[in-house]
Design a protein around this ligand. Sequence first.
Ligand SMILES: N[C@@H](CCC(=O)N[C@@H](CS)C(=O)NCC(=O)O)C(=O)O
Length: 127
Amino acid sequence: MRVLIRSFFKLIRLLVTPFLLLWEKLGSRPQVRREPAAQQALDVLTANMCLYQFKTCPFCVKTRIHIKRLALNIRTKDAQHDAQARSELQVGGGKVQVPCLRIKGEEGDVWLYESDALIAHLDTLAG
Ligand SMILES: N[C@@H](CCC(=O)N[C@@H](CS)C(=O)NCC(=O)O)C(=O)O
């Protein structure tokens, strides 16, 4: 029974994946254009950030689209297939839940979970 349920969800995921990726492709155009100096200043801030994510997680797709719309340059790590990234997230953040934004700071890193909170944080950052 368990195998059947697992296979069912795997099938659903397989069917939904192309639509998720299409949604990301179509929705990812930058909607912000900054003066080079302003973009550079933001790039300095976002250089300390890293988004831990899964390629086909809908919450991650939503977050990646938002990041691209805000024209933010934030590195991503695949916590699904990259064992090291997964371990960093588990150890540093305390749980494997994506998306999670790691913000490196002098007094330690902040691990920001929950896509809505993360998006709100990035909106504030981008002005
Ligand atoms: N409320 C969370 C939901 C995030 C969530 O459910 N993420 C799933 C992937 S879609 C997850 O991290 N699952 C952990 C796992 O599969 O190991 C958000 O908006 O970020």
